[in-house]
Design a protein. Structure first.
Length: 242
């Protein structure tokens, strides 16, 4: 099952092109504003896609309410999610606010994003030329990270560049967390997309090395900046009170 979500405004070309370019779509949700002229175009698109054998649903939102668009994407994802279900989202149509909301919803859920190009001048692009895959970083649940996981992220960011790897043993020695617990926490961080691991061989022994992903480096920086901010605020409070 492949569920496709698309934002829509007054033009339908981006939705139709996206549907034709992305293989294997079974069901389409159209997120759109509630103006009468927009609803008319949505009805036309649903009729066209229905004629191609695709099941269609629509979801009205306020065109300038980012949170409502984010909620719509997450609601559709939660409703349709099951093992083996694929998702994709076309963020081309509608207002810029709708595109931003759809992109935010995609980052929260991990849905792959697409954008359809429409050149202002020159010949029309082919389907392969028009469709652009947009890298979709997944927003991790930072509040669920325990203190050891935060410590590991901070240590990796301080001790490595984007291409460097560290072994579990090196992380254990640098963080004063047992190697067993480092391994368990690394497993969780990898499922959250914050680190990647690979196995290497040295002589007769095999070992695992770890590096931060782009998202992991971003989260680690954010956590470290937050720690420094509150630490500085705490020291300032002590100074003032004394």
């Amino acid at each position: 099952m492949h569920v496709h979500i698309a934002t829509m405004g007054l033009t339908k070309g981006g939705v139709i092109k996206g549907y034709k370019a992305i293989a294997g779509i079974d069901k389409v949700y159209l997120i759109h504003g509630d103006r009468g002229d927009i609803c008319k175009v949505v009805d036309e698109v649903m009729a066209e896609l229905g004629a191609l054998g695709c099941e269609c649903c629509d979801r009205k939102v306020s065109s300038f309410d980012l949170q409502e668009v984010v909620d719509a994407v997450c609601e559709i994802y939660n409703r349709e999610y099951s093992k083996g279900t694929r998702f994709s989202i076309n963020i081309t149509g509608g207002t810029n606010v709708m595109s931003a909301g759809a992109a935010t919803g995609a980052m929260i859920t991990g849905i792959p994003m697409y954008y359809v190009m429409f050149p202002q001048d020159g010949p029309e692009l082919s389907l392969d030329e028009a469709i652009r895959s947009v890298p979709t970083p997944k927003i991790p649940n930072v509040s669920a990270l325990n203190s050891s996981q935060k410590k590991i992220l901070a240590y990796l960011r301080d001790s490595t560049t984007e291409e460097d790897h560290l072994s579990n043993k090196a992380i254990s020695e640098g963080t004063d967390i047992s190697e067993v617990m480092v391994g368990r926490n690394i497993t969780y961080l990898e499922t959250e997309g914050l680190v990647v691991t690979e196995r290497r061989k040295s002589g007769d022994s095999r070992y695992k090395v770890v590096r931060l992903t782009r998202e992991g480096r971003m989260v680690a920086k954010w956590l470290m900046d937050l720690y420094r901010f509150f630490n500085a605020a705490f020291r300032l409070e002590i100074t003032i009170s004394s």
